[in-house]
Each structure stands twice: as C-alpha cells, then as structure tokens.
Ligand binder design. Structure first.
Ligand code: ADP
Ligand code: MG
Length: 452
C-alpha cells in the first residue's frame, strides 16, 4: 500500500547518496509499512542494516517523508521477518542441560523487533541459568512480564563478561516480542554521553528517543563517574520516565554505593528499585554454557573437553565463548572433531581470544583507502594532498588502535622511515576524535568495515 511512496523516497535517497554501493547495501529490497498508530516501519535486511539506517540515514529518511507530504509520528527500522530465530532457539533449548524455565511463554510466531539498538541475539532462551545468576534472571523475567510496574529502576551489577548486557537486552527483546510497538531504547552510558555532549557542542536537539521511551536501558552506567553535566541530564530523564511508570533498566560493573562521584540524588534513585548482581559462574554452569553454545553452532563436545575449558576459564563468560569459538573454528578448518588436546593447544597458546589477530595491516590500509575513495598505494605514497594525508593519518591511527603496532612498525607499513610522523598522526587523530563528530564517524565506519 505504501509501495509507491517508498519507491519515490528510495529514488530520492539514491540521488542524494550518489553511491551505488551504499544504496544497494542498505536500501535495496527494503519496504515500508505504516501502522494504524501512524508509525512508519521500514523493513530492512538485517539487524546490522537497522543500526546503520538509524545512525546514518535517519535524518535523511525523515526529511524525505516530510518532503513527500507524509509526516509519520515516528520512523522505525526493523529487520525483515525470517522466522528463523525462534526455531533455532527452540531446538537449542531442548538440548540444554540447564534449560531456563518458561518455554511455554514463547510467542508462537517469529517477531520483528523494532528498536534498532537492541541485539536480537540476546534472549532469555539462550541465557543459561545457574546459581550465580538465577536471581538476576528471575527478576529480569518478572520485569519483562510487567515493565514499569514491578521494580523501577532495575539495576543489574557484576563483573565484566558475566551477562549483564545479555540480560538487560533480553528484557528489551522480550518486551518487543510481546508488543512490537513498545519503544525500547538501548544505549550505553557512553553513547548517551556522546549524544548529550554533541547536542551541546553542535547546538543540536538532544534525541527525543530517551525521554519518549517506554523502556530505557542504559548499559554500563558506572561511567557516569565524574560527568556532572551528563548526570544532570540523565537525572532529568530518569525522573520523567520514572514518574510516568516507564521501566528503567541499568547495568553497572559495581553497585550504586561504589560508583564514586555519583550525586546522592542519583544514587538514592538507583537504589530505590531492585538491585541484583550476577556473580562468577560455578563450574557446572560454565560446563552448561559451553555445551549449549557448542550445540547452538551444531557441535557436540565430549565431557572431557567441556570440563577442560570450564576449568581453564573461570572469570568471564565472554572469554569462555571466545575460546570455544576458536576451538570450533579450528576444528572446522582442520576437518577434525574438537577434543581436549586441541583445546589445550589453543587455550595455552598466547593468542587467546584476541580479535586483533584476525585482521591484518593490509586490511586496515585497504579499508581506509576504500573509505576515502583512494587506492592503497596512494595512502602509502609520499603525496601531501590534504585528502590523502588525512587518510594516511587515519590509517596510522587504526594500525595503532586496532593492531597495537609500534610506531616504527606503523611507519614502515606506510612506507615511511621516520616514526615520529606516525606518532604525530596517531595523536592528531586521537584528538580529532574527541572534538569532531565527523572524524569519529569516519573512524567508526572503517572499523565496522574491518570487523563485519
Ligand atoms: P557483561 O555485560 O556483563 O560484560 P555480556 O552480557 O556482554 O557481559 O556477556 C558476555 C558474553 O557472554 C555474551 O556473548 C553473552 O551472550 C554471554 N553470556 C553471559 N552470560 C551468559 C549466560 N548465562 N548464558 C549464556 N551466555 C551468556
Ligand atoms: Mg556489558
């Protein structure tokens, strides 16, 4: 029904982008729906496209709606329905050694989460429950069942890689599953801060989505430390939402009482709802996590291997996952069944779970060149044209930040003899990133291209 409007808008997007690759990547095979609540829902290929459109093209799309005489109440992005997600989860949950209760509460149909910032891979179904996290898990489910009514705010704290983000997002995903129109906003405190500072610096309007959320999830709230102005802004939004009985979910690596320089008024608000912690998983839970994750990717590990990994990695579920993935990748590459020996070799190896290993300097230079529409040899040349010099500096910065190369190494990757240029370039881009949103976006885009 909205096809012709959307085709018109797409035509204008294509013209204004003037970039076939970008257009095909993000806009090809998209479609538009407008709900009875007057909300425009643009269906795109996948969750990644959702976040790209939201980040980069939202303003353009909104302005084109208006230009074509349609002003929906809101514009949202959703991945196309595939029906895959729930099927996979169901299969897995029957294979779980420790299965979270509540399979019967699964909605029968595949769902279309609307909020672009949530990652649909974080669900309750694939969260393994054990003694270390069962309280947090039950509370999270209760919140998802009646957001805004039970405990507000819901504050989850605990060490790194123990499932705080997973749980917080699972609540959001579950709420959207039940009510696709719920406005669930997810942001890390750092995203929030950045948007807040940009709004001041560039005299832009601070995004309404925070204040207009039905559910607001702020991850890693401990970073409020030392940010007075951001604390004030957040306090304001917190109160507005709280008074309207909108659910607020916060995560932190420590309890509110240990967040230093948090104003008392915020601390007391953080403590007024429900505080739960996630603790280090015990041995059995670690085994269950490994077995389940292996099953999710279609592998079965023998008990010895599972126990070996569970014994070797005790403090961080993300690391546990990383080692397992490495083991599975390695066994696939070799075409042999993963076993304890292989696990030993990988886990004792020095290069454990380092994502920096998977990209090379060559890729950094190629992707940077491509981003700036240059050839890699131009980036590595001695040319001083501003555009080329800038691309070269960004490449140097990325070699440092992503690959941790030394300055002499960076210089030699770019065909330089003198490493002081590399030092200056890296520090120049470091500063620009702090001051200039545009540079930040450039660097983020290249990073994304490197890892996706
Ligand atoms: P945190 O936010 O506490 O640092 P995350 O939520 O990012 O940790 O978890 C790190 C990784 O471990 C994620 O990939 C997450 O899915 C996984 N994970 C953590 N806890 C569990 C769990 N109980 N069951 C399954 N996966 C988990
Ligand atoms: Mg987290």
């Amino acid at each position: 029904m909205y096809n012709s409007l959307w085709q018109t808008i797409l035509g204008e997007i294509e013209l204004s982008l003037n970039d076939d690759v970008a257009f095909n990547t993000w806009f090809k095979d998209t479609s538009l729906n407008i709900t009875t609540e007057d909300i425009a829902i643009i269906e795109v290929k996948n969750v990644f496209a959702v976040s790209q459109l939201q980040k980069k093209y939202d303003a353009l799309i909104r302005s084109l709606f208006t230009k074509n005489g349609v002003t929906p109440l809101d514009v949202r992005y959703a991945p196309q329905k595939t029906g895959v997600k729930k099927t996979i989860n169901r299969e897995i949950s029957t294979a779980l050694p420790v299965t979270p209760a509540g399979d019967s509460t699964l909605p029968a149909m595949a769902t279309v989460p609307i909020s672009g910032n949530l990652n649909t891979k974080y669900t309750f179904d694939n969260f393994i429950v054990g003694g270390s996290n069962d309280l947090a898990y039950s509370a999270a489910r209760a919140i998802a069942d009646s957001p805004g009514r039970k405990w507000n705010p819901f504050f989850i704290y605990g060490g790194v890689g123990l499932g705080k983000t997973h749980l917080a997002q699972a609540i959001g995903n579950e709420i959207i599953d039940k009510n696709p129109l719920a406005r669930v906003t997810y942001a890390s405190l750092n995203d929030f801060t950045r948007e807040f500072l940009d709004s001041i610096r560039f005299k832009k309007k601070f995004p309404d989505r925070y204040r207009q959320s039905d559910v607001l999830i702020i991850d890693d709230i401990q970073f409020l430390t030392g940010k007075e102005k951001t604390q004030d802004a957040f306090f304001d939004i917190f109160n507005t939402l709280h008074e309207a009985n909108k659910q607020i979910i916060l995560t932190s690596d420590r309890p509110p009482s240990s967040i230093v320089t948090l104003t008392d008024r915020l601390r007391s608000r953080f403590e007024m709802g429900m505080l739960v912690d996630v603790q280090l998983p015990d041995f059995e839970t670690r085994c269950a996590i490994i077995e389940t994750k292996a099953a999710m990717s279609g592998h079965e590990l023998d008990r010895e291997t599972v126990e070996y990994i569970a014994q070797s990695i005790k403090t961080n579920i993300r690391e546990l996952e990383g080692s397992l993935n490495q083991l599975l990748a390695f066994s696939e590459m070799r075409g042999v069944t993963p076993d304890k020996n292989m696990a030993e070799g990988l886990i004792t190896g020095a290069s454990r779970t380092s994502r920096t290993k998977s990209i090379s300097s060559r890729q950094v230079i190629d992707k940077t060149a491509k981003y700036f529409s240059l050839s890699p040899s131009e980036v590595c040349s001695a040319k001083r044209d501003k555009h080329i010099a800038n691309a070269r500096q960004v490449a140097m910065y990325l070699l440092r930040s992503e690959l941790h190369l030394s300055y002499p190494q960076i210089a030699s990757e770019l065909g330089r003899k003198d490493h002081t240029t590399a030092m200056h370039s890296v520090s120049k881009i470091e500063n620009s990133i702090k001051l200039d949103m545009h540079v930040r976006e450039q660097v983020d885009s290249i990073r994304e291209a490197l890892y996706v």
